[in-house]
Design a protein around this ligand. Structure first.
Ligand code: SAM
Length: 265
């Protein structure tokens, strides 16, 4: 009898209607598909029925990997790896225009998303990402400025992606049933990134500084970052008594551009 591993976020999607809804987001026929954490293969089996050109699966749990390997042993189209997506070097994957699926393990879902955001070559090797998150995390990713959920992950995601679709999934659709509901988000990489940020880690650093004191005026963060903070706030036409959540994503990208030019040493 298989023992579910909570530490690996193992809640398997068992509702057939929802599985169909997810895999019908894109036409998978003759496409390259990449799936993170296929688990017992619930989503994978339905993907296979759509006759994609290739499927790449990466599963951390060795016992599930063995089952998947056995189930898909007759097809050349499948590559199955027993590994950790956070450690996997995406440069080893060769296809382009790929569709990526992941009912993600909740404890590392934002880290996985960040890995795909941080890919250096742009446009990236994938054309769509369809990820499932815990609902609260998805709401933070989708949040707009001036709302309580707006923060670092929304700013990071909006730099590289248009989030073109999302829908909620009840916790009742999983086995074992998790404590929280989920949400699917469909990410489409932007054709062109309109800001000249040379190192995305600088955007992470800037947002970390601003959002570590969410309720405080941005004045403090500005002083920390720039020698000439008054001048910079004028260039950006910013009121230094605003709060971090009142600034648009574009403003954070512009602050990062200026940071890369004028940062305090
Ligand atoms: N896709 C399946 C489904 O929808 O039923 C399983 C989803 S379950 C929420 C998450 C899966 O990711 C589990 O199978 C788990 O073992 C796997 N997993 C957890 N951490 C992982 C990691 N770092 N890299 C790859 N797979 C991981």
């Amino acid at each position: 009898m298989y023992k579910f591993k909570k530490s690996l976020g193992q809640n398997f999607l068992v509702d057939k209607n929802i599985i169909n809804k997810i895999i019908n987001i894109e036409n998978l026929y003759n496409q390259h598909v990449f799936e993170i954490g296929p688990g017992s293969g619930n989503l994978t089996n339905s993907i296979v029925e759509k006759k994609p050109k290739s499927i790449f699966l990466i599963e951390k749990d060795y016992s599930l990997y063995k089952i998947l390997k056995e189930n898909f042993k007759y097809s050349e189209k499948y590559k199955i790896l027993n590994g950790d997506i956070l450690k996997y070097d995406l440069n080893n994957y060769n296809f382009k225009e790929v569709i990526i699926f992941g009912n993600l393990p909740y404890n590392i879902s934002t880290q996985i998303l960040a890995k795909f955001i941080k890919i250096k070559s742009w446009p990236p090797f994938y054309k769509k990402i369809i990820f499932m998150f815990q609902k609260e995390v998805a709401d933070r990713i989708l949040a707009k400025p001036n709302t309580k959920n707006f923060g670092r992950i929304s700013i990071l995601a909006n730099l590289k992606f248009d989030m073109i679709n999302n829908f909620s999934i009840s916790k009742k659709c999983f086995f074992p049933e998790p404590k929280v509901d989920s949400k699917i988000i469909v990410f489409k990489p932007k054709d062109k990134i309109n800001f000249n940020i040379s190192n995305i880690e600088n955007l992470e650093k800037i947002t970390q500084i601003f959002f570590s004191s969410k309720r405080k005026m941005i004045n403090k963060a500005f002083i920390k970052i720039f020698k000439n903070h008054k001048e910079i706030s004028k260039i950006l036409n910013l009121n230094l008594s605003s709060r971090p959540s009142e600034l648009s994503c574009d403003t954070y990208y512009k602050i990062t551009e200026l940071y890369e030019k004028y940062k305090k040493n």
